[in-house]
Design a protein. Structure first.
Length: 218
């Protein structure tokens, strides 16, 4: 059976949330300019999984109307009762490079107690590409949460601000090998003599994954 806007619309309007999820999955096969309008009612669905799936899709179809997407994502970032959906909104803001929302991301990062939301915000900042994000990434580097630190290291590599190199070198001896692995990737992106010296040191890391990644980045 072929997938058409009409068949997807029937699923999206179903009272069964499983049908609505299926409809959202099939919506990926519909032209984005049509899918964008069909998606919007599901953004505020009663079911968390449906809202999450709908918000996550804005990462791609949201390019059709970035101004409208910005308003939708801001609303979910601030007002959705579920951290998963707020996190998906942060991801989509980064994916769409909605730099206008940087202050919103920073405010939520400081106001929320949900580590998942904080993690998604920090992970989104590298893709967002807003230079002001450097200060928030530096703050996250000093978190006592290894996952936040890992995300911050990765985003610093993506952001490309060379001030990051001197901050990141302190993590070369971190006990968590996954942090060291991400460090090698970030320094490889950033480049320069100082970064190369740290990568060279990590070629002899006791964890094979880190050592191999260091060799690949020299």
């Amino acid at each position: 059976m072929s997938i058409t806007p009409e068949s997807v619309e029937n699923l999206l309007n179903s009272s069964d949330f499983g049908d609505r999820i299926r409809g959202l999955n099939q919506l990926r096969q519909i032209e984005p300019n049509i899918a964008f309008g069909m998606l919007q009612p599901l953004i505020t669905d009663d079911n968390t999984r449906v809202r999450y799936a709908a918000v996550s899709q804005l990462d791609t179809v949201g390019t059709i109307d970035k101004e409208n997407s910005l308003q939708i994502l801001r609303d979910r970032l601030f007002n959705d009762p579920e951290p998963d959906v707020q996190a998906a909104a942060a991801d989509a803001i980064g994916g769409l490079k909605l730099v206008e929302a940087y202050e919103d991301l920073a405010n939520v990062y400081h106001d929320t107690s949900e580590w998942l939301v904080q993690f998604s915000i920090i992970a989104a900042l590298g893709e967002l590409g807003e230079p002001l994000g450097f200060n928030l990434l530096e703050e996250a580097l000093h978190s006592d949460n290894n996952l936040l630190q890992t995300a911050a290291i990765g985003s610093m590599g993506e952001l490309g601000d060379m001030r990051a190199v001197s901050l990141l070198t302190a993590f070369a001896d971190h006990e968590d090998w996954q942090i060291r692995y991400r460090l090698v990737q970030a320094l490889g992106r950033l480049g320069g003599d100082e970064a190369k010296a740290v990568i060279t040191k990590l070629v002899d890391d006791k964890f094979e994954q880190v050592a191999n990644e260091a060799k690949n980045n020299l």
